[in-house]
Design a protein around this ligand. Structure first.
Ligand code: PFF
Length: 453
């Protein structure tokens, strides 16, 4: 039966609008800030290989599943799951999957906004010429100085949350779409420029080898979990962000092709970021495993030594802020749509309520880089714990349940109709990946990480 439901929140104006928005959600701090530093911490090549395998075998089928459920249900993830479960004769408890997503979105956005605040701060720092001719030690010291000041971090975090709430309050077309149109292509161009700079840094081959030569002795159970978790994080999967974007997607758009395209772009951006950063890291004798400060310590060095670096550097951080912004709005959207649908709130009120709660939670992350920097639990700070819990546990778990629901519980007619691939090999491959491969892979990586397999 063809789906005739309509979303009360509106619809994308075209297929491209969806691609841009979903790519905007996927491409963010995860690609440019997080991917390089976790690749650095986990030894490079072998980690990158596992990450790429996870994108292809788990990420893409789950992205298709998430968009298909979203478009079928055409509501907030909570209500979409409830409706689809009841239509397929399943338990209404499936709505908890939507709730889990709202919860993960709150946790992620609370620290995401703090890191986006660093990028905001760097727009002004790099733009003012503070890094011109800087040494590696000085660049490191400048980063430490920023994160040790809770007041400054709080101020930037507050500004970024305000920006996010502003766009979400304006709704699908006027807010979300406009923001991504120009910014994504611009980010891509400046990344290419940085890779061009890295090519001439004298250590390009070493940087590329670090990223692509697998050394399997460096791979631990935990680093496999981190690589898989990052595949979910970077594609924005497992928490309803892509599901809610799918709910605004026109009925005739091909979910399979669109998902492949988004995953490819996202991966390309991450690899370009790695290719820009590691040669700089190598040529300045920096530590690849430096952690969350890696790009803030390495890229300003490049900008500080290139002609026009002050301008390009400021522009780069502006674009990084935009990339983070278009991801942040998708982290807030699932909760806001639920409040509008089920509590009859205005979009503005719903956004304010959620935004303020997330802002308050973000204070924990602000403090974890200074006043609370001693580990709270298992050697991890508040920020580390939020990051670990969301990326490595909640998102893969959400993705596992989404793929099980789409592969096993949703009626075959519904997934056939929604994917529009016909009942041929493409559909069957997706079904095998979503029903068996992706859930099993997630389960094995989980069991492996806790030492059971
Ligand atoms: N995909 C975003 C990034 O790579 O920065 C982060 C993200 C956005 C994760 C939305 C999860 C999400 F639902």
């Amino acid at each position: 039966m063809t789906n005739t439901r309509k979303s009360i929140h509106g619809q994308w104006s075209s297929r491209w609008a969806f691609i841009l928005a979903a790519t905007g959600s996927a491409v963010g701090l995860g690609n440019i800030w997080k991917f390089p530093y976790i690749a650095g911490e986990n030894g490079g090549g072998a980690f990158v290989l596992v990450y790429l395998l996870c994108i292809a075998s788990i990420g893409i089928p789950i992205m298709m599943a998430e968009i298909l459920l979203g478009r079928r249900g055409r509501q907030s993830p909570v209500n979409t799951m409830r409706t689809l479960a009841s239509e397929s004769g399943r338990s209404p408890h499936w709505q908890w999957l939507g709730w889990g997503g709202v919860f993960s979105g709150f946790l992620i956005l609370s620290y995401y906004s703090v890191v986006a605040g660093w990028a905001l701060a760097y727009v002004f720092r790099v733009g003012s010429g503070e890094f011109t001719g800087v040494t590696a030690a000085r660049a490191g010291a400048l980063f430490t100085e920023l994160v040790s000041d809770p007041e400054r971090l709080l101020a930037w975090h507050t500004i970024f949350m305000g920006m996010t709430m502003f766009v979400v309050a304006r709704g699908v077309r006027s807010g979300l779409e406009q923001a991504v149109r120009v910014l994504m292509p611009a980010l891509f161009v400046i990344l290419l420029l940085l890779v061009g700079y890295a090519l001439n840094s004298g250590k390009f081959a070493e940087g590329a080898a670090f990223l692509f030569n697998p050394d399997f002795s460096k791979l631990t159970a935990d680093s496999i979990l981190v690589a898989m978790g990052h595949a979910f994080f970077t594609l924005s999967l497992g928490m309803g962000a892509i599901m809610v974007y799918g709910s605004y997607l026109n009925q005739h758009v091909s979910i399979g092709r669109t998902s492949l395209f988004i995953a490819a772009l996202d991966t390309l951006v991450a690899l370009l970021a790695g290719l820009a950063i590691f040669p700089i890291v190598m040529s300045h004798g920096l530590e690849p495993g430096a952690g969350p400060g890696l790009i803030f310590q390495s890229l300003p060095l490049a900008f500080g030594h290139m002609p026009g670096g002050q301008f390009f550097g400021a522009l780069f951080f502006v674009l990084l802020v935009f990339a983070a912004w278009t991801s942040a709005i998708s982290l807030l959207e699932p909760a806001v749509t639920w409040l509008v649908e089920s509590r009859g709130m205005s979009r503005l009120k719903a956004t304010m309520g959620c935004g303020v709660a997330i802002w308050a939670l973000g204070i924990g992350t602000v403090l974890s880089f200074n006043l609370w920097s001693s580990p709270l639990f298992a050697g991890k700070t508040f920020f580390d714990l939020l990051d670990y819990l969301t990326a490595n546990i909640l998102l893969p778990l959400g993705g596992l349940l989404i793929s099980l629901f789409a592969g096993w519980l949703l009626t075959r007619e519904a997934s056939l109709d929604e994917l529009g691939l016909g009942d041929g090999p493409a559909y069957r491959i997706w079904r095998v990946l979503a029903s068996f491969v992706a859930p099993l892979a997630v389960a094995i990586v989980f069991l492996n990480a806790i030492g059971l397999v």
